[in-house]
Design a protein around this ligand. Sequence first.
Ligand SMILES: *Cc1c(COP(=O)(O)O)cnc(C)c1O
Length: 392
Amino acid sequence: MITEQQSRIYLSPPHLGEKELEFVREAFNTNWIAPLGPNVEGFEKDIVSYTGCNGALALSSGTSAIHLALRLAGVGSGDLVFVSSLTFVASVNPVLYLGAEPVLIDSDEETWNMSSQALERAFTSAARRGKFPKALIVVNLYGQSADMDPIMELCNRYGVPVIEDAAESLGATYKGRASGTIGQYGIYSFNGNKIITTSGGGMLISQDEVALDRARHWATQARDPASHYEHTQLGYNYRLSNVLAGVGRGQLEVLNERVEARRAVYKRYEDAFSKIKGFKLMPEAAYGQSTRWLTALTINPEAAGVTADELIEALAAENIEARPVWKPMHRQPLLQGCAYYPHSENESVSDRLFEQGICLPSGSSLTIRDQDRVIACIEERIRGWRFRHESA
Ligand SMILES: *Cc1c(COP(=O)(O)O)cnc(C)c1O
């Protein structure tokens, strides 16, 4: 029998507010059970006013938003696209959909995000070969914006458009601006595990409304304006449904609360772990505020006496879901043979973050009691090692 004590604690479960059902009911009452409708337009407007971008396009996923952004950047078969290596595979898959070739860029120690030092070397070798990337995808990992200024500076110098994969960082800031609005294009995800969710969905944002109109056309099967079905360009079925956009509108109203809650979860972990030898929490850069979508940390096994994998197992035994840090894309069989630029010639930061990293339950609905269970389990594992270690 599963007692309350052993109920499952998830990494990042959905957390609904009170308004979602109202918007969904509205869609039912008006029979707008369609892709498109007032909730879709409303959700796009809400994202525009929240982020301060010029325009937004609601889509069926964050992945489809990246796909459309790459096409807007003119990426096609045989082109190069620079991408952060430390990310979820969805950042890279659309590059492959277009027959283009990802070039993977390492992270730095300070932000865990794209290393501008590695990026500079990638550009230098692109210049040497005379083949520049058509676009760059920079990922804002675990809710923290990458250090955009040096990245934008390099990309502007070479005329390369920047796509910000802000799937995990809606609600974060960079130098006072909304994360996702710094590059030419930004994308958000509303997948079930993200900071706010529509169960599945995404958004493409930009300052360039003409570009968004082209993407809107592609996203609706590229139907030309004719009553018969006329098609000149290749299209997709990528629009968000009006029902799910209703969920999104309700979720957006509580986004700031969700960010506060996740940051409070992080703070409690920090208070508990900052003094444990070998534990190092993902730093927050001074240039902005992270959403702390997931609390991530590295564990140095020599100092802590336990590996990240052992902790994940110990937590799983207590019915607690924890995960390793993303396995970098340059280590994925799917991307074998792709070029990779580590932070420096002899140091790959993302490799170490993957080998030593762990993500802890971080949901905005995580209760203090449940979080105490997570912390107690970890402390017990550490104490057990100290005891054996010191009495040996
Ligand atoms: C979740 C995620 C995506 C993909 O979003 P979907 O809506 O699931 O397609 C892309 N990039 C990153 C970094 C993500 O975490």
